[in-house]
Design a protein around this ligand. Structure first.
Ligand SMILES: [Fe+2]
Length: 203
């Protein structure tokens, strides 16, 4: 017995990933974040504003493929996130970072190009940084804020799969920040305390 509707959906949701540029051929949602979109995201806000006024570079883009005709409660979607090389002051270009709105939604990420780090932070502010290089697979548990940082001199492309219903909550990151930021030093990328980090206790 055949199920044409199921096979049609499989064809419609299949895609091709450009491994050099990180783009998905069949993405139905795209986001581009330029320096001017990222107010307050970097530790040196003055440097970000100055750089945005001089040359409003794209910091990162994401390409999402979201099924529209699958049962939403159990559907998966997939995306690529491309973070371009660059810095605001000493701080490397990175994503805003988010937690999933549905807190029980994990995510699996595969780095396909470039070098960087993923920062993972729990709601009680335990933080972990994992190095990313092509082939690195990271499991991001639910209830974990995550941010991708490009520490290299070429684009960083990360492919992710997660539940369609996961959603994105930016408030957790905006209100507290990550405990660490990733900066360039003469010895290479380093994790240092984030001067803008605020825990619930006002730490
Ligand atoms: Fe996510």
């Amino acid at each position: 017995m055949t199920h044409p509707a199921v096979l049609d959906a499989a064809a419609a949701l299949s895609s091709f990933m450009d491994l050099k540029k990180g783009r998905l051929s069949a993405s139905n949602t795209q986001h581009r974040r330029k320096l001017s979109d990222l107010y307050g995201v970097f530790s040196d806000e003055e440097a970000r504003a100055h750089k945005a006024a001089e040359d409003d570079e794209t910091v990162y883009e994401s390409f999402l493929t979201e099924p529209t005709d699958q049962p939403r409660a159990r559907a998966l979607c997939y995306s690529t996130t491309v973070v371009y090389p660059g810095r605001v002051g000493d701080e490397f270009y990175m994503t805003r970072g988010h937690r999933h709105a549905r807190q029980d939604s994990p995510e699996v990420c595969l780095t396909v190009r470039g070098r960087g780090m993923v920062l993972l932070q729990t709601d009680d502010f335990r933080i972990q940084a994992l190095a990313l290089e092509p082939g690195t697979v990271v499991y991001v548990p639910g209830v974990t804020s995550h941010r991708i940082v490009n520490t290299g001199d070429e684009l960083l492309a990360v492919f992710s799969v997660y539940p369609l219903m996961a959603g994105r909550n930016y408030r957790a990151v905006e209100s507290h920040g990550f405990r660490r930021i990733v900066v360039a030093t003469p010895e290479g990328p380093d994790l240092v305390p984030n001067p803008k980090f605020r825990s619930a206790k006002g730490e």
